[in-house]
Write a protein that binds this ligand. Structure first.
Ligand code: SAH
Length: 346
């Protein structure tokens, strides 16, 4: 029998579930607190729940707790990359980044990915499966427990395409920002998508206060198709229209991510085209020097090119940042640690 995934339930649902088991309602609140505030890693720890009931719950319910397989800590900047094992043996990775303004955790939304972006290591072996809400949450919970330091920001920018796992992502968002749980503000949550247009509209209509980031990586469809297969499904025009709708509905600024690949998308002409695309939009461009992976021969634009690209955009009145590279010495790019670990197992 499949055990019930109680950590993916909100307090109301958990209360219904507890009542359906003939148990008093207040047990739901206790359980919820153990899972989402005290971040308990076992039923064993839940000391205000009678032992007999703990055993009973353990039999019926799944308490999603990820197993830490390996942690790699960067000597350069303290960035820590976690490799976790899911209960079915699948592996995922998450990254803790330490900034002055607090700790940020980058989580995976799927084990593997089926989007096929050319520069990305996560997608090389395809999609294993989507993660449940509790598996997304627990990446943050385990890291907070492991370090003893509060996580203040969450970015859904690890392996996987969150909008290819949309319903679970939305549920995850609700649980993460719940005042009865870890209570992380939606404003401190960023979700990054390769641009699945219908989901951008759906998200806009929910009017959440999170930050939407779009992986653009090219200023026109032709170039984008060379890097991202999803560009064969949705055009940049459609993405921009959806983003404008999103901005109107939510009042939030959208981020465009643009990974600079030497000789591919880093020319002055590209910077001009990109400027034209986003002109007048309430947005921000995040330039990412591409992180070379060994399976592909994409190379990073040199520093002079990056700064020229940036200043071209700035001259057109666009807000730009260049992402600080963190954890380069620890397989920083999405999916690299998982992949190298799996290869070592083969
Ligand atoms: N599927 C989502 C989120 C995952 S990737 C998305 O496409 O947005 C998070 C960001 O890192 C995306 O912008 C992705 O395109 C980028 N990325 C992936 N591999 C990279 C690499 N090797 N170098 C630079 N950026 C990379």
């Amino acid at each position: 029998m499949n055990r019930t995934d109680i950590k993916s339930m909100d307090l109301e649902e958990l209360t219904e579930y507890i009542k359906s088991q003939g148990l008093p309602q207040f047990r739901a609140k206790q359980l919820y607190e153990w899972m989402h505030v005290k971040l308990a890693a076992s039923f064993e720890e839940m000391s205000n729940i009678p032992l007999k009931l703990r055993r009973e719950l353990e039999e019926k319910c799944e308490l999603t707790v990820l197993e830490k397989v390996r942690v790699q800590v960067s000597e350069e900047d303290g960035t820590a990359k976690y490799l976790f094992m899911l209960s079915d043996g699948n592996l995922i990775e998450s990254v803790l980044m330490r900034y002055h303004h607090g700790n940020s955790v980058c989580i995976s939304s799927q084990a593997g990915c089926r989007m096929g972006c050319k520069f990305c290591a996560s997608t090389i072996d395809g999609l294993a499966r989507s993660l449940t809400p509790s598996e997304m949450l627990d990446q943050i919970y385990r890291i907070q427990q492991d370090t003893g330091e509060r996580v203040s920001n969450v970015v859904v920018m690890g392996s996987g395409e969150p909008f290819d796992n949309f319903d679970n992502f939305i549920r995850f968002e609700r649980l993460l920002t719940d005042g009865n749980g870890l209570n992380i503000s939606a404003r401190n949550l960023t979700v990054s998508t390769c641009g699945i247009v219908p989901k951008i509209y759906e998200l806009a209509d929910m009017k959440l206060q999170l930050t939407l980031a779009i992986s653009l990586h090219a200023p026109n469809d032709e170039k984008r198709r060379e890097l991202m297969p999803i560009a064969n499904v949705y055009s940049i025009d459609e993405i921009m229209k959806a983003c404008r709708y999103y901005i109107n509905k939510t009042g939030r600024r959208v981020t465009f991510e643009y990974s600079l690949v030497k000789g591919e998308n880093d020319t002055d002409l590209c910077a001009m085209e990109l400027s034209r695309l986003v002109k007048g939009m309430n947005c921000h461009i995040n330039l990412i020097p591409v992180n070379p992976i060994k399976e592909r021969d994409f190379r990073q634009s040199d520093a002079v090119r990056i700064s020229r690209f940036k200043s071209k955009l700035e001259k057109n009145g666009i807000t730009v940042t260049v992402r600080r590279e963190m954890g380069r010495d620890i397989d920083g790019a999405c999916g690299q640690l998982r992949k190298s670990y799996m290869e070592h197992l083969k």
